[in-house]
Design a protein around this ligand. Structure first.
Ligand code: GTP
Length: 235
């Protein structure tokens, strides 16, 4: 494998980690996603990961709850997922450090940017958990923020959709997928790339974004080598 990128930030959807179960964490699924990550690390790529928490809890859809508290619960969910990822990656032979934006020092390291960069330089995967540490922000925003902080070459958003469409492909069979797109276009046309805060952060800090599907975990390797047939590149 000849990687196109040296340092990447991979945003993994929490939902994907549930696999067929639909909820919670399916460890075989987690191992399936971690295998291509290990391949990338072996090829010399520095990999940071931000993971969502939607397989356990979604702050935004918590209905009657106080939003801040609901978001706190979501942040805890991302720590659970981060620890699951860490375990799977370690089983595959990776060196991993989990950091958290909220204090959970008995369980994982605190988020320290310079320490994270040092880990990456030593070939360790760094899992950034706890979101941004603040309510009202999504894990997409955490991913954009960490990508900018660690000077990632690109942000990969790997989830259950295979790219960015001009309308919802679930409701419109004629929806057209973009191969490339600008952040300004995505923002002005309200295309659902990621939430506005995350997209604005990427645009303003010149972090390109590749949105692709995790249905085939090997897409992570395809993304790393710069295979243009997958996903949508936003820059
Ligand atoms: P180097 O500085 O490169 O040696 O990195 P290192 O991570 O190997 O060294 P360090 O001594 O910082 O950490 C050793 C182990 O303790 C690693 O598994 C870390 O993830 C873990 N660790 C470090 N700080 C904390 C913390 O605040 N809380 C928890 N739970 N673990 C920590």
């Amino acid at each position: 494998m000849t990687p196109k990128y040296k340092r990447v930030l991979l945003k993994l959807s929490g939902e994907a980690l549930a696999g067929e179960k639909g909820m919670g964490l399916d460890f075989d699924t987690v191992l399936k996603f971690c295998a291509p990550i290990k391949e990338c690390v072996d090829a010399g790529v520095q990999v940071g990961i931000v993971v969502g928490g939607g397989n356990f809890w979604r702050g935004r859809q918590s209905g009657k709850m106080d939003r801040t508290r609901a978001d706190h619960m979501g942040m805890l969910a991302t720590i659970i997922n981060g620890l699951g990822l860490c375990d799977a990656l370690e089983q595959l032979g990776c060196d991993v450090r989990v950091q958290s934006a909220v204090q959970a020092n008995q369980i994982c390291e605190p988020y320290i940017r310079n320490k994270a960069v040092r880990h990456l330089e030593k070939g360790r995967v760094v899992v950034f958990s706890g979101g941004t540490g603040n309510p009202f922000f999504s894990t997409d925003t955490a991913a954009a923020l960490r990508a900018a902080e660690i000077d990632a070459d690109i942000l990969f958003k790997a989830s259950m959709v295979d790219g960015v469409y001009d309308s919802d492909p679930k409701t419109n069979p004629n929806a057209k997928k973009f191969n490339t797109l600008s952040f300004s276009q995505a923002l002005s046309q309200d295309l659902t790339v990621m939430d506005g805060t995350a997209a604005t952060l990427c645009r303003d800090n010149k972090v390109p974004l590749l949105v692709f599907n995790l249905d085939d975990p090997q897409n992570i390797v395809r993304a790393i080598v710069g295979d243009e047939s997958i996903g949508t590149l936003v820059k």
